[in-house]
Design a protein around this ligand. Sequence first.
Ligand SMILES: NC(=O)c1ccc[n+]([C@@H]2O[C@H](COP(=O)([O-])OP(=O)(O)OC[C@H]3O[C@@H](n4cnc5c(N)ncnc54)[C@H](O)[C@@H]3O)[C@@H](O)[C@H]2O)c1
Ligand SMILES: [Zn+2]
Length: 368
Amino acid sequence: MGEVLQQIEVSLGERSYSVLLGYNILPECVTRLREFCREKDVFIVTDTQVEGYYGKVLGELLRKKGYSPYFYVIAPGESSKTWAEAEKILEVMLAKNFSRQVPLLALGGGVVGDLAGFVAALYRRGVPFIQIPTTLLAQVDSSVGGKVAVNHLCGKNMLGTFYQPCAVWADLTTLETLPRREWRAGLGEVLKYALLGDRNLFSYLQEHAPAILARSPAVLPVVIERCLRLKAEIVQKDERDEGMRNFLNLGHTFGHALEKATGFQKYQHGEAVAIGLVAALSLAARLNMISPGEVEEVLRLMQVWELPISFPETILEDVLLFLHDDKKVEKDEVHFVLPVAIGKVEIKSDLPNEIVKVTLKESCCTVQ
Ligand SMILES: NC(=O)c1ccc[n+]([C@@H]2O[C@H](COP(=O)([O-])OP(=O)(O)OC[C@H]3O[C@@H](n4cnc5c(N)ncnc54)[C@H](O)[C@@H]3O)[C@@H](O)[C@H]2O)c1
Ligand SMILES: [Zn+2]
């Protein structure tokens, strides 16, 4: 059996919970399930890919402890994060007549976590919800903080709420099977954390860049723990996204616009965020808010991780259009989170469109 390497507390009064982090910790976590669960039944939402890798293991662990696991398996990918899918899951729960005490476990990446959390919040006004994140993005970001949602034709995450999990079990062993592209995309979010709040983390990333890319157990727990602590700290200060949580949008204003402009087909979310980080850095550099040397440092790290840093100029106009379409736009003013140094950000909302356009064109566009 593995051991829990770290326990990170997310302190939100009566909604507080722990994130357990370590290699091969699922057996230990399942032992602790009793704390949240007085029932025999356990409902698990996962996707076909993750189920193939870890469904059997989790099922057996649960059965060994006397639980009756029921798996609901969705198709992998963003297209499953819909109201229709949520409704289907709710129908199954209703048909099984699960009580309010039956916990819902989300085994998978951010898609499974967001969808399952949304369902957990709705079923009988809320059941115990446990996140078991299996992607890097989900372990450092989406599993903590309680934002749950499904998409609508009108936009991503348009239907959702805040619903905190009662535990997060981040088993680092699961990351070993993650496809390389997903891994790199997750590194885009890791970089975001370092830039928005932790210069020391950035230095650590620089120093260990190849080992991190190679998912070495010597460095991974450190990186993921630091990101989680930052996320927890920000969520504790601003649970409902009314202030500081905005900092987490670093790279996302551009990133979302880029995802929309390409119909969510061309880039993984973390890849779009990576390009968005370059856009934010370039804009900050143009406004003399950050030194060119620091921007260079970030770009060098991105190069080692082979993260994308530019997009085709042919879609620039669309990206600009979608920038104004973001949820975060108020009175048609786009709120940009800009780095003023590695580890520190500020929000700027009065940037002339022309400056944004010229900067993107010069710093983030490739001519094809
Ligand atoms: N709630 C939040 O605060 C928050 C924050 C960031 C992102 N998100 C959401 O997260 C979603 C993206 O999440 P994601 O990047 O984890 O994508 P994902 O859940 O689609 O997973 C990516 C792919 O990896 C596969 N996979 C997952 N774990 C695996 C493993 N261990 N081994 C092999 N394959 C595995 C999945 O089957 C899927 O095909 C988006 O919908 C985004 O909106 C939510
Ligand atoms: Zn993100």
